[in-house]
Design a protein. Structure first.
Length: 94
């Protein structure tokens, strides 16, 4: 099965969040199957944010309708709702 670009981004972001970059257990397939809900949620939230918000824009208005975005929310970011679907990050030993 071919992995989409969005899935590749999600896998990389989850791998970085979990601090498992060098752990051979965390292959792309392992992350896709084990954390599929987190992958789907990350893709879905990034798509919604990209659809509504341009990078660096905090608010926009169109006639009488205006939208203000919360500070710190960007596409392809591990939000609290995604963190709840993942285990705690691993501690790296130096």
């Amino acid at each position: 099965m071919a992995i989409s670009k969005e899935q590749q981004k999600s896998i990389l972001i989850i791998r970085n969040y979990l601090n498992v970059g060098y752990n051979l257990k965390f292959t792309d397939d392992y992350i896709l199957t084990t954390y599929s809900l987190a992958v789907d949620e990350l893709i879905e939230s990034a798509s919604k944010i990209n659809l509504l918000k341009a990078i660096g824009v905090k608010s926009k208005s169109d006639g009488v309708q205006s939208v203000t975005f919360t500070d710190g929310i960007e596409a392809w970011e591990v939000t609290n709702s995604i963190k709840m679907l993942l285990p705690l990050p691993y501690v790296r030993m130096c």
